[in-house]
Ligand binder design. Structure first.
Ligand code: NAP
Length: 267
């Protein structure tokens, strides 16, 4: 059995993760942490009634008393880096879905994970379809170097652009390098109209509207043709097989892996 603590348990993703960990045959829910729901019963958050597990507000003390093998984190961009470090320092393996890390934070997590020989998986997107969308986009940019990314999410998302858009741009930049697209004479009459410019010159556009879950379209333009690669997560269940896979695979790691594609496709 893999003993799991869920951090951010009362959030939209956290509730789904609670159910997934609770229902899987090889995982045991050891603790649920979320200051927003402190004192509530974790079973109530899952919609199954009381299971006799009180949601805790403090991650450090919950890790020290529950002593889980794995911490799954779906919290907020402002807290996730600290949460991940707190877990690693206690030799608890983080599986992190929260987005909003900067590259320096990712590097420090990798260094800490290696130092403590404690596995860690940070995945901006746990949906297999999204991983394939990123992979296909990286392949397509070899032939279509002119590309823009449009990501669309629910209007309560805290960070922009999405971690998936950043990861996609990183993959494309790694494949095509610096590339100047569009006209050098272009004028942006409304600041931001052309989206944010990622290193390497890729434009990312972030849409935030109620009704969306998590969606991304990578648009390529060539001579007399366009190519669109689109992925839609229409419910948060789409992320759960990937979360469960990461919980299982992190047990065998002694370093940090950034991007579930490195677990699914390369090994
Ligand atoms: P959410 O509904 O706002 O849930 C986050 C929860 O974490 C809230 O209940 C929040 O409480 C709580 N929280 C904040 N700080 C905390 C801390 N220090 N310790 C414990 N709990 C804390 O957000 P969501 O929609 O579930 O998304 C969570 C994150 O996952 C976002 O970054 C999102 O982009 C990301 N995400 C990733 C994937 C993926 O596949 N990797 C998929 C979907 C979403 P308060 O409301 O009181 O702050």
């Amino acid at each position: 059995m893999i003993n799991v603590l869920v951090n951010g348990a009362a959030g939209r993703m956290g509730r789904e993760v609670l159910k997934t960990i609770w229902n899987a045959d090889d995982t045991e829910l050891m603790a649920a942490v979320d200051p927003q729901a402190a004192g509530e019963d974790a079973g109530v958050l899952m919609g199954i009634g009381s299971i006799g597990m009180e949601v805790k507000s403090d991650l450090t003390s919950a890790l020290e008393s529950a002593r889980p093998d794995v911490m799954v984190d779906f919290t907020t961009p402002g807290t996730v880096y600290g949460n991940t470090m707190i877990a690693l320092e206690r030799r608890v393996r983080p599986v992190v879905g929260t987005t909003g890390f900067n590259p320096e934070e990712i590097q420090r997590i990798k260094d800490t994970s290696t130092k403590f020989r404690t596995g860690c998986i940070v995945a901006p997107n746990f949906a297999i379809g999204a991983l394939l969308m990123m992979r296909f986009a990286a392949e397509a940019c070899k032939y279509f170097p002119n590309v823009e990314i449009i990501e669309l999410h629910h209007d309560q998302k805290l960070d922009a652009p999405s971690g998936t858009a950043v990861k996609t741009a990183e993959l494309i930049t790694g494949m095509r390098g610096e590339f100047k697209q569009g006209s050098p004479l272009e004028v942006e009459k409304i600041p931001g109209a052309r989206g944010g410019e990622f290193e390497g010159g890729i434009r990312i556009h972030s849409v935030r509207l109620p009704g969306f879950v998590a969606h991304q379209e990578v648009l390529f333009g060539g001579l007399g043709q366009t190519l669109s690669i689109r992925h839609d997560s229409i419910s948060r269940e789409s992320f759960m097989p990937g979360v469960l896979l990461a919980v299982r695979r992190v047990m065998g790691l002694e370093e940090a892996v950034y991007g579930l594609e490195n677990i699914i496709f390369e090994r």
